[in-house]
Design a protein. Sequence first.
Length: 255
Amino acid sequence: MLEAIGLTKCYASIPAVSQVSFTVRPGEILGYLGPNGSGKSTTVKMITGLMEPTRGKVLFHGNNIKDDLPAYKKVLGYVPEEALLYPYMTGWEYLEFVGILRGMDQKQLRKRADALLELFLLFPFRHATIASYSKGMRQRILLIAALMHDPEILVFDEPLSGLDVTSAMIFRKVVKSLSEQGKVILYCSHVLEVVEKLCSHLLILSKGTVAAHGSVSEVSRMTGLATLEDSFSHLVKEQDAEQIAHDIVEVMAAP
């Protein structure tokens, strides 16, 4: 079980995230939503141990992750929002590097990496440098790196970025299967229709604080709105998208 308890992160005394708490149990997929600047990425960095919270803590199986951060990271699979890879490495070298950091046995690493490279259609390009990869290929390498050590916790931050339709569909089915195996999954995305279909629970952030937390149906009941898109816009007080779109088109046509 993954728990965030009162997570707060301040920059020059200004909170980017304030008192965020949630629990993700085995088999659950928590959809973590919010507009740009709401504190999603900051929360993800605290959950993955990349950033120390100003206040609050992250627990895994009841233990504070900072008590043994290397051990925690060995059971964590993380796909960051930006594909910040080492461009001079080949795809295979990067996976080998990540596998060693995760403490994988060399034989197991090679077997799983080769099999996943085949399944993600990257095997013919495994010895090409990452600098030569397309955006979609880089994203698939990140997904393989996150999955190949069979982690207990998976944190996906905009995992569909750059993927073609077929790869995105396969990945969504993989996530569903992993949840059925009892994995703990945190899923951050702006693609609300995917979140609505995939996630068992939702947490919506607005200006660094929790605006809503519960199942998809509970969030809909809370707002009295039929769709997640409408609920999201209501909770985060987004601008009227239809009106803004209309105004943009009018400006384009103005003399």
